[in-house]
Design a protein around this ligand. Structure first.
Ligand code: HAM
Length: 419
C-alpha cells in the first residue's frame, strides 16, 4: 500500500466544527456591509502576475518572495491572488463600474495565497473578507469605512480590538520625507538588523514596523510621515479624525503603521488584538488613490480586508459556540420510523436544526446518540403515540419527560422560531 498523501504545509482543511465559524463571521459581515450599501462581487482566484507586480509593488515582500506564480500551458505568467484589492480595482476598470454612478461599494470573500512562514495566525492559504469603496477621495469615505469596521467588531462581540490609524502622505509630500528617513537610517545602519539594512534604499518605510526589539529601540525617535504631511494630506487626516470623533469610533494614532503593500497613500489603518501575539492584525486597510494608475486607469479608493482565521480565534476566546441541533427525533418502534422522519422534516421546515436516526438503531442507542451530541430535547414517537396523535418530549437538561399533542410541539416550536 502506498503512503498517505497529506495536505501541503500552510494549507489546511477546515473541518465542520470550524467551517461553521467562518460562515457565521461571513454571514454577519455580509449583512452588515449591505446595510452600508456594499454589494458582493466574486473575483478570480488567479490573475496575470503583472497585476500584482504593478499594483502591490515590486519592492514589497509579497511580490518579491511570497507569490505563487506559475506559467500556464500557453506560457503566460499567472499568480494565485495574494490579496483582493488589485483585482477589485482591475474589475472596476475593466467592467466600467464607474457607470454605476457615485462610489462603487463592493465586498468579496475567499481564499488568498502567500508563501509565508506558517505559524499561528499565519498560513499560506487563508481566508479574507474585503471591502472596497472605489471612486471617491473624500475623507468622509475613510471615516465611514473605519466606523463600519468598528461597528462590525461590536456586532461580532469582540470589543477588545484596537483600531490604529496613520497617514502615509502622497506623492507630493512623501519623497522629501523619504529622503530624510533614508538619511536617518543610513546613520543608524550598523545598529539595524540585516533585513532592515537591506531595506534602507529599497523600501525604507517598512523599517518602521520591524519587530526586532533592538531595531524598535533604535527607531524610537525615527522621523515619521505625519510630521511631514503637505497641506492637503494634513487637512485630509484632520477630517478623517473629525469624522471618527463625531461617529464615536475609538482609535489611536500610530505613526509607525506603514503597511506591507506599496499602493497606500494618506489614510492607513490596522485593527489589532494583543492576544494574537506577533500576528496581531485582525483587519487592515487604507486609501490607494494611485493604485489604478499602475494598472491602466485613474480612480481613488479605500478599503480593508479582515483575516477570517484570526477573527475566528479572537471570537473563540470570547466563547463562540457551535449552534447545536435543537431536537433529536427518535422512534420507539420500527413502525414509527417514517413518522419520526416526517416530524423531523416538518420541524426543519419551521427553521429548527434536527437530527434523527437513519441507521435503524434501538431507542436506547438513539438516546445515547442524542446525549453524545448534547442535544437537549429528544422527541420520541412509538405506536401508542401515533394512535393518540402525541409525542414524548424528553428534556435532557433536567431529565424530565412529558407527553404532549404533536400539534402542540409544532405550535410551540413555531412560536420559539418566530422570536
Ligand atoms: P493585508 O494587511 O495584507 O492587507 O491583509 C489583511 C488581513 O488579512 C490581515 O490583517 C490579516 O488579518 C489577514 N492576513 C494576511 N496575511 C495572512 C496570512 N498569511 N495568514 C492569515 N491571515 C492573513 C490586504 O490584503 C489589503 N488588500 C487590504 C485592503 C483592502 N486594503 C485596501 N483594501
Amino acid at each position: 500500500m502506498s503512503g498517505l498523501i497529506k495536505a501541503i504545509r500552510g494549507f489546511s482543511d477546515v473541518p465542520p466544527e470550524e467551517a461553521w465559524k467562518y460562515n457565521y463571521i461571513e454571514e454577519l459581515a455580509r449583512e452588515h456591509f449591505q446595510k452600508y450599501g456594499y454589494r458582493e462581487v466574486r473575483l478570480p482566484v488567479v490573475e496575470a502576475t503583472e497585476l500584482f507586480a504593478r499594483g502591490i509593488g515590486t519592492a514589497t515582500d509579497i511580490v518579491e518572495k511570497e507569490m505563487y506564480t506559475f506559467l500556464d500551458r500557453n506560457g503566460q505568467s499567472l499568480t494565485l491572488r495574494p490579496e483582493g484589492t488589485a483585482s477589485a480595482v482591475r474589475a472596476y476598470l475593466e467592467g466600467g463600474w464607474k457607470s454605476w454612478g457615485g462610489i462603487a461599494k463592493i465586498f468579496y470573500t475567499g481564499p488568498m495565497f502567500r508563501y509565508e512562514r506558517p505559524q499561528k495566525g499565519r498560513y499560506r492559504q487563508f481566508y479574507q473578507m474585503g471591502l472596497e469603496a472605489i471612486g471617491a477621495g473624500h475623507p468622509e469615505v475613510d471615516g465611514e469605512v473605519v466606523a463600519l469596521l468598528h461597528r462590525l467588531f461590536l456586532r461580532l462581540g469582540v470589543e477588545d480590538i484596537t483600531i490604529l490609524i496613520n497617514s502615509l502622505g502622497c506623492p507630493v509630500c512623501r519623497p522629501s520625507y523619504r529622503s530624510e528617513l533614508v538619511g536617518f537610517l543610513q546613520d543608524l545602519a550598523e545598529e539595524l538588523c540585516s533585513n532592515c539594512r537591506k531595506r534602507i534604499e529599497k523600501n525604507p518605510l517598512r523599517i518602521l514596523d520591524c519587530k526586532v526589539p533592538t531595531c524598535r529601540e533604535n527607531l524610537s525617535d525615527v522621523p515619521v510621515m505625519i510630521d511631514h504631511l503637505c497641506g492637503e494630506c494634513s487637512h485630509h487626516f484632520e477630517r478623517v479624525r473629525y469624522c471618527l470623533d463625531g461617529l464615536d469610533v475609538p482609535y489611536a494614532i500610530d505613526p509607525k503603521i506603514v503597511r506591507g503593500l506599496d499602493y497606500y497613500n494618506r489614510t492607513a489603518f490596522e485593527a489589532i488584538c494583543g492576544r494574537l501575539g506577533s500576528q496581531n492584525a485582525v483587519a487592515a486597510g487604507g486609501r490607494y488613490d494611485g493604485l489604478a494608475r499602475e494598472i491602466g486607469g485613474d480612480v481613488p479608493g479605500i478599503g480593508f480586508a479582515m483575516g477570517i482565521e484570526r477573527l475566528r480565534l479572537v471570537m473563540e476566546w470570547k466563547g463562540l459556540h457551535i449552534p447545536l441541533p435543537e431536537f433529536y427525533v427518535a422512534s420507539a418502534t420500527e413502525n414509527a420510523r417514517l413518522t419520526a422522519m416526517t416530524i423531523a422534516d416538518k420541524l426543519r421546515s419551521m427553521g429548527s436544526r434536527v437530527e434523527t436516526d437513519l441507521e435503524t438503531r434501538s431507542l436506547k442507542a438513539q438516546l445515547r446518540s442524542a446525549n453524545r451530541m448534547n442535544i437537549r430535547t429528544v422527541v420520541i414517537v412509538g405506536d401508542d403515540e401515533i394512535a393518540k396523535g402525541t409525542v414524548i418530549c424528553k428534556d435532557f437538561s433536567n431529565n424530565t419527560q412529558q407527553e404532549i399533542p404533536l400539534d402542540e410541539l409544532f405550535s410551540k416550536t413555531a412560536a420559539v422560531n418566530r422570536r
